[in-house]
Design a protein. Structure first.
Length: 412
């Protein structure tokens, strides 16, 4: 920690500022925020949706039987986020389910011929669901029910082993890892392993087709009314109140007021992979929110998806979600930060990596600001932020105003 100033905060906690970044910090008057875990507390919405969707798929779709607890904890979800590539919670959920389905397959490898036959041919959703139930029955006949599967994540091919092998590409590395493991265990080709997993983990198409993992996630997160408003169709699997109702704002209005009125900051931008349509209702709980956020200049998932589509039409296949710096740089281009300096406030490894990549582009001076508020494993995330050379590390985004009002005290 010799490279960091230590800042005593009014809460009694501590913040950290990289010594080489302190001078730049004095000139900073533009902030761009991530959304989940920074502006909005999603600990009982998106995190819960990951846990519940995983449990639903394994117990209700594969019908592996009831289980008292869950297949994955919030601490284990943090492992995925700390790998640097899982900024998208739909992808993270699929990555978790992919692991458990692969774990099932390598433990019933003696039934290889039945498995290969099971995934032959195409079919509609009804026939796909029937095959998934057949797969579940095959697993149960081999002694693998929900309880045994959940405990097996601590075995030879543990969940931690799986996550440790992932890189900042996120989902592509998860898919490659699972397919390689399956091909090796069953003695089949990589293409055969791909076909099996694509048929047993329904995530390959849109929610209007066969992507039931994303569909259930969105139904349970959004709730019936919001889901219909966002997607223009009625829910199939879940009809009730959405987890979105549990969300609350993290950043206090007084912090925003202090930054703008007393410290001269411009209105803030948002660069997030969250959907705009599901973000605005939460931000609107903050009175006069448009006085604080420049939403016209902000980038959300809909904007990223459109940009990716435009690139595909030109033959360019690339993910523009973080850790790609696209969203940060696009917001900066629109906001035009004073002195071409901006700070990006995020709560995950992919946020810090994205800020560092934006800095390397050379167009702007970018300060990476990591907050620990939302993590289930604060110590591990803190170490990750240090290893990534984050410019600033704070316990909470609400520590931003005391950070700037105490710069001189910190440096002395």
């Amino acid at each position: 920690m010799k490279n960091y100033f230590e800042l005593q905060l009014p809460t009694g906690d501590k913040g950290y500022v990289k010594k080489s970044s302190a001078d730049l910090l004095e000139h900073l008057r533009c902030l761009i925020f991530d959304c989940d875990g920074v502006l909005i507390d999603v600990s009982d919405s998106f995190i819960t949706a990951i846990i519940k969707t995983t449990k639903w798929y394994l117990t209700e779709i594969l019908k592996l039987g009831p289980i008292t607890g869950d297949f994955i904890t919030s601490e284990e979800i943090s492992l995925f986020k700390n790998s640097g590539g899982f900024n998208n919670d739909w992808h993270l959920t699929y990555g978790v389910i992919l692991y458990f389905v692969t774990l099932l397959l390598i433990n019933i490898k003696n039934h290889k011929n039945k498995l290969l036959a099971l995934v032959e041919g195409n079919g509609n959703l009804e026939s796909k669901l029937h095959k998934l139930e057949e797969f579940g029955n095959l697993c149960k006949s081999a002694g693998f029910n929900s309880i045994r599967l959940a405990s097996s994540r601590f075995g030879d091919w543990s969940l931690k082993n799986y996550v440790d092998s992932l890189d900042e590409s996120g989902l592509p590395s998860a898919e490659e890892n699972a397919k390689n493991k399956l091909a090796e265990s069953l003695g089949i080709t990589f293409d055969q392993a791909s076909k099996i997993l694509e048929n047993l983990c329904l995530y390959q198409e849109s929610i209007y087709d066969l992507n039931i993992i994303k569909r259930y996630f969105e139904e349970i997160y959004s709730g019936s009314e919001v889901f219909k408003n966002v997607y223009g169709t009625n829910p199939i699997f879940y009809k009730g109140t959405g987890l979105i109702e549990n969300e609350k704002l993290i950043l206090e209005e007084q912090v925003l007021k202090t930054l703008i009125s007393k410290l001269g900051f411009s209105r803030f931008g948002i660069a997030s992979s969250r959907q705009r349509s599901q973000t605005l209702p939460i931000l609107q709980r903050l009175k006069n929110y448009e006085n604080y956020f420049d939403l016209d200049s902000s980038v959300f998932l809909e904007d990223i998806t459109l940009a990716e589509k435009n690139l595909r039409s030109k033959g360019i296949e690339i993910s523009l979600e973080k850790p790609n710096p696209y969203s940060l740089l696009t917001v900066a281009d629109r906001i035009k930060p004073p002195k071409r300096i901006f700070g990006y406030v995020g709560d995950t490894v992919s946020d810090i990596i994205a800020a560092k990549k934006a800095q390397k582009q050379g167009t702007y001076s970018v300060l990476s600001i990591g907050v620990l508020y939302a993590t289930a494993d604060r110590e591990s995330l803190f170490k990750k932020f240090i290893s990534l050379d984050a410019d600033i590390i704070l316990p909470s985004p609400n520590d931003l105003s005391p950070l700037f009002t105490n710069l001189e005290v910190m440096k002395n």
